[in-house]
Design a protein around this ligand. Sequence first.
Ligand SMILES: NC(=O)C1=CN([C@@H]2O[C@H](COP(=O)(O)OP(=O)(O)OC[C@H]3O[C@@H](n4cnc5c(N)ncnc54)[C@H](O)[C@@H]3O)[C@@H](O)[C@H]2O)C=CC1
Ligand SMILES: CC(=O)C(=O)O
Length: 316
Amino acid sequence: MAKKARKVTIVGSGLVGTACAYSMINQSICDEIMMIDRTYDRAVAHALDLSHCMDFTQTRTKVYAGRLEDCRDMDVVVLTAGANPKPGQTRLDVLGEAEKITRDIVSRIVDGGFDGVFVVAANPVDIVTYIVREVSGFPRNRVIGTGTSIDSARLKTLLSEVFAVDPRSVNGYAMGEHGDSQFVAWSHVTIGGKPLLHILEQHKERFRHVKLDEIAQKTKDAGWEIFTRKGNTQFGIGNALAYIVRSILNDEHKIIAVSAVLEGEYGQTGVCCGVPAIIGDGGIEELLELNLTWEEQQKFAHSCGILKAAIASLQL
Ligand SMILES: NC(=O)C1=CN([C@@H]2O[C@H](COP(=O)(O)OP(=O)(O)OC[C@H]3O[C@@H](n4cnc5c(N)ncnc54)[C@H](O)[C@@H]3O)[C@@H](O)[C@H]2O)C=CC1
Ligand SMILES: CC(=O)C(=O)O
């Protein structure tokens, strides 16, 4: 019986796009990957290089270069083409350039007949996700930003070191902007199913050195810590993208902190930001509305306010 090939396009064959492709190949996430770049030869070269992985992987993933107009049959388009902030800039500082690039790319992909799910990593990711939704006209479930998925992974890694447990035994989310106004929803962080705040209360002496504000700050600064040393981040986000795409293609219903268009959730509309959501073959199957504390609600509203101000500056 013929099986339908699972096809993914990656727009932007730079560090993030190629890390994502490499991760998907090694995890056998899809059958075909089409690499696209403004510099066509770069996409061709990476496609060739990646296709030589195949003798050493579990399954074959066909990798080739293509163009924006060729995305009609794709299940997922991953957007990594964008501008990187320079030292001293925030992610929001590259919005002008990101807006131009994103508008052009998305309109050409949609005009070419693409009707699948967009997964966005390009920064500032929450605003770029918003732009993709506006330009594509797709329903909100089919436009997903990586949001605070990477920040949540960074949080779990930090907590796993403090509490000497596997990061996958930690559950919890950084929420809001993938940027400086993000916050950790401490009221919903659990370790082995036990609320972190209860653990700290029960074992005051043992964990008196644990400072939640410092961990939240380190979570927020983790990207910059890498950036100042090597000028980019790629592997964590490459895996985050692959994880989201896998949950879509396999209809896994993983709960991931992604950037989603809010339509009344958490009292917010007209903005995209990081919230936990169930990801399946329809894209965002459901947004989870956590019962945040009053202080967390204030932080969420503050983060949305910053993103809304940036959205107001767009040409849309
Ligand atoms: N959301 C997140 O957590 C993260 C987001 N990023 C963002 O991902 C984006 C990509 O980062 P890198 O891969 O490190 O940058 P990069 O500069 O290595 O790659 C970007 C690629 O996009 C291509 N490109 C630019 N404009 C294009 C267009 N109009 N059409 C097709 N291709 C185009 C460039 O030629 C380049 O090959 C940046 O916006 C960066 O800030 C990076 C890391 C984490
Ligand atoms: C670059 C970026 O957004 C990050 O690694 O967090």
